[in-house]
Design a protein around this ligand. Structure first.
Ligand SMILES: O=P(O)(O)OC[C@H]1O[C@](O)(CO)[C@@H](O)[C@@H]1O
Length: 546
């Protein structure tokens, strides 16, 4: 049954008007302990403050009831065992097994997958040891200083985000570069920075058929051979991470140079597997393990915490409240942390590729809204770009503020100001500034009554705009693992509530197919007439100018 037919959802709709009649300012006045009542700890390093959401205990209870009615509890249990969540591709979703300790067991088709996971982790560990100790040498007998990860989507964003986010932990003498785009500019710019003798290319692709990755990998191989001209040396400079050993071999990489993962790991959930090789190489294997441990701790929290205190469950339920009841259809994410600059892009793939669906698990078109538009930017940059709309625009965008009490950079004044700005923005969104306050300020500035009447409306900030603040003590590998897993589970729980398959992505297929036809059309020197008039017209113009 769809969630919109559940009794708890009807009750949520019933209390909407009553909830909307109370502002956040009033809620904080009425309940002096509101922060204490709505903030939740995750272990000792993370606190999540839900007090600035437009909800009450009654709404929270109804949302938790809705989760019960949608059988969330058994669904969560299935995420840790044999399941068929990705039924349209006949696959399980078992990324939680990637961060399980050796002692746990997860059977899929009568095979325990945990030893498979640890076997690959051992290989990653061993490989890191060889690279870091200088045992693995390039074709000229020199050690590796640079790695170039060639992959896209989940085979790029996860390792790129984590590697960048943990910049302060990059102490292994390895620089990481990431090439994903079909625009050759990216590859060209990376190749300008590296030396073929000391560079390792990691070709990462679950399918090993993705056109961007294959095109970049072939070009990288040609570039490499233009420097050393001996195909035998490829094995010292190219490794692969994939589920498709045949395609890896066909590309010319021996399976001994291939790290394996499995079809039960979705691309956007794969950074915990050997797809995380760039993380382990730049930060060291132990840090990669800490990242996995942080994610595993969040898995335990999801599995064993009652819904009322369960952080990812509440994040998902709040998005149901904001999207399906209050009608706010986009979600902002604002890390006040320069090293998390690509986190919004990572979350876009995680959430929008997972929940950008409008057909339910029974094959019917859904009658309710599903995945929001997820977007964001690091603070304070976003403040000088789009925060105007957040404060005074005609649409309300709930946002997540993410901050860290400590920084590894020795700029304490910067950090204090950074955090002050984060707190200020959440406060301004929540409480705004009313007409009387604005008029009073303008009077103090010496404006006449007439001038105040004219200017004040433009300066009023409506406030009552919801946000969540996620505060961590520090951006460590462990905390980052927990944070990413928190958003993974939010995405999963949303999918269960919306009764959609969060693990397929058929929507990206048509564009890929059309592009492969258009590549031939662009190469053909004649006139193209096979498409609609717009496509034909643009092809003609490209050929004229190209
Ligand atoms: O790892 P692969 O197979 O190259 O796929 C890359 C990405 O392409 C997609 O299939 C579609 O964008 C993603 O789900 C995936 O992460």
């Amino acid at each position: 049954m769809n969630f919109s037919e559940q009794p708890a959802f009807a009750a949520l709709l019933d209390c909407k008007a009553q909830e909307q009649a109370i502002t956040l300012s009033e809620r904080f006045v009425q309940d002096k302990e509101r922060f204490a009542n709505f903030e939740l700890p995750f272990g000792e390093h993370v606190k999540v403050d839900f007090s600035r959401q437009l909800w009450s205990n009654e709404v929270k209870d109804l949302l938790c009831e809705l989760a019960e009615q949608m059988n969330l509890k058994p669904a969560i249990e299935q995420l840790f065992g044999e399941n068929l969540f990705n039924h349209t591709e006949g696959r399980a979703a078992l990324h939680t097994a990637l961060r399980m300790p050796k002692t746990e067991r997860v059977y899929l088709n009568n095979t325990d997958v945990v030893p498979l996971v640890h076997e690959q982790l051992e290989r990653v560990k061993d490989f890191c040891q060889q690279i870091h100790s200088g045992q693995w040498l390039g074709y000229n007998g020199m050690s590796i200083t640079d790695i170039v990860n060639i992959g896209i989507g989940g085979s790029d964003l996860g390792p790129a985000v984590v590697t960048e986010a943990l910049h302060c932990y990059q102490d292994q003498g390895i620089r990481a570069h990431f090439v994903s785009n079909m625009d050759g500019a990216q590859l060209a710019q990376v190749l300008e920075q590296v030396n073929a003798e000391r560079t390792l290319f990691i070709v990462s692709s679950k399918t090993f058929t993705t056109d961007e990755t294959m095109t970049n990998a072939k070009a990288a191989r040609a570039w490499f051979l233009s420097h050393c001209a001996d195909e035998h040396h490829i094995k010292k400079h190219f490794v692969a991470v994939s589920t498709n050993s045949e395609a890896v071999q066909a590309f010319g990489i021996d399976t001994e140079q291939m790290f394996e993962f499995w079809d039960w790991v979705g691309g956007r959930f794969s950074l915990w597997s050997a797809i995380g090789l760039p993380i382990a190489l730049t930060l060291g294997f132990e840090r990669f393990e800490q990242l996995l441990n942080g994610a595993h701790a969040m898995d335990q929290h999801l599995r064993h915490t009652p819904f009322e205190q369960n952080i990812p469950v509440l994040m998902a339920l709040l998005s149901i409240w904001n999207i399906n009841v209050l009608g706010y259809r986009s979600e902002g994410v604002f890390p006040y942390c320069q090293d998390l600059k690509r986190f919004p892009s990572f979350l876009q793939q995680l959430n929008m590729e997972s929940n950008g669906k409008s057909v339910n698990n029974q094959g019917e078109v859904v009658s309710h809204n599903t995945g929001p538009i997820v977007w964001g930017e690091v603070g304070t940059n976003g403040q000088h770009a789009f925060f105007q709309l957040l404060h005074q625009g005609s649409q309300v965008v709930p946002g997540d503020f993410i901050g860290f009490a400590r920084t590894c950079y020795d700029y304490p004044e910067h950090h204090r100001k950074l955090l002050a700005n984060m707190l200020a923005q959440a406060e301004a969104m929540a409480f705004g500034k009313n007409y009387e306050q604005v008029a009073q300020e303008l009077a103090v500035e010496g404006l006449t009554a007439d001038e105040i009447t004219k200017l004040a409306p433009y300066k009023v900030m409506p406030g009552n705009r919801p946000s969540t603040t996620i505060l961590c003590d520090e951006l460590t590998p462990y905390n980052l693992g927990s944070l990413i897993a928190m958003y993974e589970h939010k995405t999963f729980v949303q999918g269960i509530l919306w009764n959609i398959n969060s693990f397929d992505q058929w929507g990206v297929e048509l564009g890929k197919k059309l592009a492969s036809r258009l590549i031939d059309d662009l190469a053909d020197t004649g006139t193209t007439t096979a498409h609609d008039s717009a496509t034909n017209g643009l092809i003609a113009q490209i050929k004229k100018w190209g």
